[in-house]
Design a protein around this ligand. Structure first.
Ligand SMILES: *Cc1c(COP(=O)(O)O)cnc(C)c1O
Length: 377
């Protein structure tokens, strides 16, 4: 199988050190006490990334598992849940809520802008009878980040528990779980963390545990039941055999992030330079504000088809970029500059290839994408 140079907003490139770590020999993770220590050490490293003293868990399953597990564990039939949404993942969160019997109320934002905190404030003044609220930190398909630093403390004022999908933010955007009073924060291994897909990471507040442990009805799942993890370390017990090789990889990937204390700054700088290059070229961004530092979403130029751009990028340059799905299908081009993808030279070759590709397809470009990028960086 020929492997392209993936510049997609997840999965991202996986560094050789991470791949080598995954090839290490294994022990029996159910029995070996050393593995319990290793799992805990990995969680402690993630706690630093999330700036939290709360519990952190690593679950065996891609990021979506975290979204479903949070809903399964917190929601009882009839619970009122506020879904704060301005995009595909935010809206989709409501579907998980409904599966577990929650009554969803949507707070709908503008799909091309970050959630407006003032509007949310007004909304909450008259409607705040919610057990929990869901919100997405970075709407990956549209390239928009939401001000969760303001949204979560606001929810707390009304005693509403927050569940935050930070899958494409952790490791790229600042995350301050304790300071921002976030109850459950979810991440995946394959976005900014740059390990292969397959793991969920999440933090759980004391308040969230308390809700899970004081339910009227049992949690209707085993795999998605977060409360059974409460004393895993004291009891030296995991609910199921841990994917030890994946965790070796995750541990190494997190080390690669933590070793670079400038990673938030790096993502910000690269994100800004990519957007500036696009705008200077006369092309258009999808977001009107709330620009993400981890993914850039631009409109497919008029007169060309997304699939022609995608195919030509692969066939002639072996570089994979992404489109999007749902209401954004065929409308946007996405470049994932997160984690291992987020280095100047990688964006340079991607933008150079994209520049050549769209010019060949007849798009008028002012100057060159890659040259504007270099001028800006
Ligand atoms: C990637 C991602 C997920 C996980 O979804 P997949 O489509 O399975 O990769 C969840 N939430 C957000 C915001 C994501 O970017």
């Amino acid at each position: 199988m020929k492997i392209p140079f993936i510049m997609t907003p997840g999965p991202t490139q996986v560094h050789e050190d991470v791949r080598k770590a995954m090839a290490e020999n294994i022990t029996n993770p159910d029995l070996d006490v050393n593995f319990f220590e290793y799992y805990r050490e990995t969680c402690d490293k993630i706690k630093k990334l999330l700036n939290t003293k709360e519990d952190v868990l690593i679950l065996s399953g891609e990021g979506i598992l975290g979204l479903e597990a949070a809903c399964a564990s917190l929601i009882e039939p009839g619970d009122r849940v506020l879904c704060i949404e301005n995009g595909i993942f935010g809206r989709g969160f409501g579907d998980f809520v409904k599966i577990y019997g929650g009554e969803v109320v949507y707070f709908e934002g503008d799909r091309r802008r970050a959630i407006d905190v003032e509007k949310l404030k007004k909304f909450l003044e008259n409607n705040h009878d919610f057990k929990l609220a869901t919100v997405v930190y970075c709407e990956t398909p549209s390239g928009i980040t939401n001000p969760v630093d303001k949204i979560c403390p606001l929810l707390k004022e009304y005693g509403i528990v927050s569940v935050v999908d930070a899958v494409s933010a952790i490791g790229g955007e600042p995350v301050e779980v304790d300071k921002w009073q976030m109850d459950i924060v979810l991440g995946g291994s394959q976005k900014c963390i740059s390990a292969p897909p397959g793991l969920t990471i999440l933090s759980i507040s004391e308040k969230a545990y308390e809700i899970m442990l004081n339910r009227h009805t049992p949690i209707a799942s085993f795999y998605c039941n977060l409360s059974i993890w409460k004393n895993w370390y004291e009891e030296k017990w995991f609910p199921y055999t841990q994917p030890i090789s994946d965790i070796y990889g995750l541990n190494c990937a997190v080390d690669r992030i933590s070793g670079k204390n400038d990673y938030v700054e790096r993502h910000k700088k690269i994100g800004e330079a990519v957007r500036t290059a696009i705008l200077k070229s006369g092309l258009k961004l999808y977001p009107l504000d709330g620009y993400s530092s981890t993914v850039t979403t631009m409109l497919v130029p008029e007169g060309v088809l997304f699939k022609d751009i995608y195919n030509s990028m692969i066939e002639e340059h072996n570089i994979m970029i992404a489109g999007a799905f749902d209401f954004l299908k065929d409308k946007v081009i996405r470049i994932g500059h997160m984690g291992e993808n987020c280095y100047e030279e990688k964006l340079y070759i991607t933008l150079k290839a994209l520049d050549e590709t769209i010019k060949k397809l007849g798009v008028e470009v002012e100057g060159s994408l890659h040259k504007h990028f270099v001028d800006e960086i």
